[in-house]
Design a protein around this ligand. Structure first.
Ligand SMILES: [Zn+2]
Length: 658
């Protein structure tokens, strides 16, 4: 499904303690505001987290918002939007519903000690989660059926919210786990796997229900993250919405982690941010325009559609300053989206993720470190999991904590035999049972480093832009490795006089190098390089520049050519999208710098203008001309090099090939 490219997710969680819900709603004014902001899809509300519905329910008259002044607000919103050519998918909450949690406590998710999941009812908020294996399933499906029937062929799609993997031992779950022979009393892992299985089953059942009414409806299940946890229920979705509000709990690094994975799954996707200074529910705030530009342009640079979250005030009037802000960004997006949608990413590598499949919010720190580092290098890469087809990637990158069992190691061996290359760090690729790497890595594992930290001594190709022979500290403890078979030592290290302990220590931090015997810190073969240290975790921890350069130089040794290099600042992000049907590629360059101005969130207040950025391209086809778009300024191209005179936040270079 090809998504509408400029969307708004219009939150509408409205308390029963507020009168006049929708009282000032004016369909024509509502639609005109949306149209003026260049929006082409807006998600509107059927049932909210308070548990109220915004239409006249026949099956559940008790959950119509008690102060709903426009009795058919939902239908009127849908019709008003359709009248101006704007799609209107419908929101239905699932695991958070305060009214149900209060009136049907037997449907709450139960923890092993019998308490319910989420905060106590003595605190404000509707975050006590409900179990879709309880009687609540019938409630959700009947209410969804009612929305399908109410809107009929006016139903564009459904956005089911809060559909996550939440282990539960309520009576219904205990009964089914007993039937399936799952030891819920002892085995927390099995309870989690059952939770994963049952939420995936819920998605399949709900999609079948929606499709029986509207085969073409868009369907999405939101858990605040799309990742390896999403793959098994892929068929239940028509597309992905990557909720990731950088000024909320997600931060600026979550989106690229999720996006690089989601784009490999085969559905169209959108990125979802918010107009809020912080996050959802921050009614009376406006995000800095430069921040909203960056967030939406970054979505486009991945080939994605954009969605901005807003919350409608209870009386039903859209706030003009919010839509002036969204419009100022969406009009720029509209001028540029032809160079991103549709497209396929041009990639040269894949990071194999160690993210678990049974949790939504468990991205390992090493993955965050790897994405920060690789994005700074301008590497063009996807994030894949163990179930993906690796054969299309010239290079696989195995992060520090990606332990590989025998089956996975034999996949790695096959990949290497067919010409692939592997860069691994720390325990990446190592079998947790045997403690060994695949034979093709040419490395023997001697256990953990006994003396640490290590001081690595770059030499040869690895020393480019570093001081050759200088000892550079790697703070985190690594592995002790030795070459074997085809393996050769690529990088050596020195050890400290002793490891810092209470019995023996030196100065404030760590013991310096004894400058004694050198030991291997990286081992290479013709097509693999293994580092003894968890370099991506190290980059996440404190981002030493020498770690980034070691990885860059290693990638250069393994790949030789890179699709794109640039001489701009490390804060510049570059992304290559291919559009074969137009015989062109598009290079998207973003120059916005999030700053930690506050204790809790990073902020962008202005574009960061950079001048005279030279880009070196090695595309898989011959590019015959380059120009900045949408303006059209031709850029002279010499031996694959071009210079962009100025990037004011965002620039796209169209690269035409025969
Ligand atoms: Zn349950």
């Amino acid at each position: 499904m090809q998504l509408a490219s400029r969307q708004v997710h219009l939150d509408f969680h409205s308390s029963e303690a507020i009168p006049g819900i929708g009282a000032d709603f004016d369909p024509a004014a509502f639609a005109a505001t949306v149209r003026a902001a260049a929006i082409n899809s807006m998600t509107v509300f059927a049932r909210c987290h308070h548990g109220w519905v915004y239409y006249q329910s026949e099956r559940f008259p008790g959950i119509v918002h008690p102060h709903l002044a426009r009795p058919n607000l939902l239908v009127e919103q849908v019709e008003a939007l359709h009248a101006v050519g704007v799609r209107a998918p419908v929101y239905i909450t699932v695991q958070w519903d305060y009214h149900v949690a209060t009136t049907h406590p037997e449907w709450l998710i139960r923890k092993p000690d019998g308490s319910h999941e989420g905060p106590p009812f003595s605190e404000p908020g509707f975050y006590q989660s409900l179990c879709v294996n309880s009687g609540y399933f019938d409630y959700v499906s009947e209410q969804t059926r009612e929305v399908c029937e109410l809107l009929g062929d006016r139903l564009d799609g459904i956005f089911f919210d809060i559909v996550g993997i939440r282990p539960c031992v309520c009576a219904a779950c205990r009964r089914e786990m007993d039937e399936r022979g799952i030891d819920w009393r002892q085995d927390a892992g099995a309870v989690r796997r059952f939770a994963k299985f049952s939420i995936d089953r819920f998605k399949q059942r709900m999609s079948a229900l929606v499709r029986s009414h509207r085969p073409d409806a868009s369907i999405f299940y939101n858990a605040g993250h799309v990742g390896p946890c999403t793959r098994a229920s892929h068929e239940a979705y028509t597309h992905y919405e990557l909720e990731s509000l950088p000024s909320g709990s997600w931060g600026y690094l979550h989106f690229p982690v999720s996006a690089r994975y989601a784009r490999t799954l085969g559905h169209d996707a959108l990125g979802m941010t918010g107009k809020f200074h912080t996050e959802w529910g921050d009614f009376h705030s406006l995000k800095n325009q430069a921040a909203l530009e960056f967030e939406c342009f970054r979505m486009l640079s991945f080939g994605f559609a954009a969605s901005v979250g807003d919350q409608l005030e209870p009386r039903g009037v859209l706030q003009k300053p919010t839509y002036d802000l969204i419009g100022s960004v969406y009009r720029q997006l509209a001028e540029r989206e032809a160079w991103a949608r549709p497209s396929v990413p041009l990639v040269e590598a894949a990071l194999v993720t160690s993210e678990p499949v049974d949790r939504e919010h468990a991205i390992p720190e090493t993955i965050f470190g790897a994405v920060q580092l690789l994005d700074e290098l301008g590497l063009q890469y996807d994030i894949v999991d163990c179930a993906a087809d690796w054969s299309r990637y010239p290079l696989l990158i195995l992060p520090d904590d990606l332990r590989c069992d025998a089956a996975m190691q034999s996949r790695l061996s096959r990949y290497l035999r067919s010409g692939g290359r592997v860069l691994a760090c720390g325990l990446g690729g190592c079998d947790p049972l045997s403690g060994a790497w695949p034979a093709e890595f040419g490395a023997r594992h001697l256990g953990r480093e006994e003396l640490w930290p290590s001081f690595v001594l770059p030499a040869g190709g690895l020393a480019r832009d570093l001081v050759e022979g200088n000892p550079y500290v790697i703070y985190l403890q690594g592995e002790a490795i030795a070459p074997v078979g085809p393996g050769e030592v690529l990088l050596e290290k020195e050890e400290p006089w002793f490891t810092r302990t209470a019995a023996r220590f030196c100065s404030h931090r760590y013991t310096p190098s004894a400058h004694g015997e050198r030991k291997p810190a990286a081992i290479r073969t013709a097509n693999t390089i293994l580092f003894a240290h968890p370099l991506f975790s190290q980059y996440r921890e404190n981002a030493p520049r020498w770690v980034k350069l070691l990885i860059r130089n290693t990638i250069d040794l393994l790949l030789g050519r890179r699709l794109v290099r640039h001489d701009g600042p490390s804060t510049l992000t570059v992304s290559l999208l291919d559009q074969p049907q137009q015989s062109r590629a598009a290079l998207h360059l973003l120059s916005y710098v999030p700053v930690r101005k506050s204790a809790r969130i990073d902020l962008i207040e202005e574009r960061t203008r950079v001048r005279d950025v030279t880009v070196e391209l090695a595309l898989p086809y011959e590019v015959h001309s380059a120009r900045l778009v949408p303006g059209g300024l031709e850029l002279p191209l010499t031996d694959g090099r071009l210079t962009i005179p100025e990037i004011d936040g965002y620039a796209i270079v169209e690269l035409a090939y025969a």
